[in-house]
Design a protein around this ligand. Sequence first.
Ligand SMILES: Cc1cc2nc3c(=O)[nH]c(=O)nc-3n(C[C@H](O)[C@H](O)[C@H](O)COP(=O)(O)OP(=O)(O)OC[C@H]3O[C@@H](n4cnc5c(N)ncnc54)[C@H](O)[C@@H]3O)c2cc1C
Length: 456
Amino acid sequence: MDISSQLREIVGEARVSDRPEELFIYSRDSGAQPPRRVDYVVMPKTVEEVQQVVLLANREKIPVTPLGGGFTLSALVVPNRGGIVLDMKQMDRIIEVSEINRYALIEPGISQAQLQSYLKKHHPRLQHSTPEAPPTVTVVGNALIQGHGHISPRYGINSDMVNGMEVVLPTGEICTLGSGSIGPSWFTRGPLPELPGLFIGWFGTTGVVTKLSIKLFPKPAFREVLAFYTDDADLIPQGIFEATQVDLLEDFFLISQEKPEWMNHIFFIIIVSGHFEEELEFKKKAFKRLFDGVGGGGKFTFVENLHPALNKRFLDVPPLAALAADFRKGGGFEYTGAILPIDKVPAAWKRGIEIAHKYGMICSYVHQVLLGHSVMFGFNYSFNRADEKDVEATRQALEESNRTTLDLGGMIWKGELGAQQMMLKHMDPNTVELMQKVKQLLDPNRIMNPGNWEPA
Ligand SMILES: Cc1cc2nc3c(=O)[nH]c(=O)nc-3n(C[C@H](O)[C@H](O)[C@H](O)COP(=O)(O)OP(=O)(O)OC[C@H]3O[C@@H](n4cnc5c(N)ncnc54)[C@H](O)[C@@H]3O)c2cc1C
């Protein structure tokens, strides 16, 4: 029986396709990477179906690429060697929300918007950490790529919020990790050997996650935006250090755009929240006092009357910060997320402006401060999708930004293939070898999202 028929036997006629017009959409993402071939798309509904597809792929040595929302912009879900795209969107159950233990156990097709609206309706005092990505992106895809959301500056990156998972290994075994592997409650991932790390940050190359427990957090009733600005990039590290010395903020990002003129400053946007109005008032006063003193005093200006449209944009969950970057028309938006140590932000800031100008772009920045230990520094580029020259310029700008990131001692986050190669070249060779041994052990036939994290 041919592969298509075998896949149909597993998931049924309606959830397999090898028709070019349907494969087209899976052969590209909305970033600047070139399209690539896909042979089949399969939409499983159960863990057993995932298992059967993986067993078939393993037997026939066909590549399998798991897909959530497909929005990393780095083509991580566009297969490098054809094969099956495993589109997880139909595994879309919220299996359990434990209010008292503050976690949600979900399937991998659950989007950020689905979890957010479910919590709003059924558990209004809880929230999850929501990235500023399109609402259709998945909670699982985001946690697996070490993403970050609107409460990450307070609670940490989203992969740190994973309590455990169920995963189908590339050889077909179904395995549970975290407290769910021992008892009925998915409330923690330890104290146990750190096995979830075998699937986090691996870009779907080590298995297919079919359930995941994610932490939930209190949702305060009151929130407000505070905006301070400076024009001195060298003050950024000190400003971040002071603002994060006190444990008072919920979200914290830096934003700047060369146009319009009034946005061409370095804005520190701080979201404070509180369960009581007095709590909010106290926090607002504290931040004003702190910023008054940064750099010897008088270096930051408080924005007294933030425009209501901006106020709303920043207070929305997720905030709409990066969307402002589309100046070029043609709908293309790309960014390489650099995870930088805080002391390197001024150098990256200046270099980023040079790179944008070199490729004829306007510089626009959004960087999120992660817990006060690092910054997700977005080198943002908007481009015209219909103009191949513009797309190529964007690829070059991304490459140059990635090189800058590594030169500054930072890490490239969610990197496309070229970026992964750069990271592997910079990496301790013994670490690369260890990664390859882990990969060989879990995926001896190298079927899972091949090409990713593979040394050239
Ligand atoms: C405008 C914009 C703003 C953004 N802002 C943010 C932001 O603030 N924070 C942030 O973190 N990200 C942001 N992103 C990046 C990205 O969209 C998100 O991180 C998103 O949540 C990724 O989830 P996804 O479902 O699209 O993942 P996918 O692209 O579908 O998958 C990501 C990786 O995980 C693997 N994978 C997916 N599902 C599984 C599974 N079940 N089992 C095993 N492997 C799997 C895939 O193979 C792939 O390698 C932004 C993107 C855009 C376009």
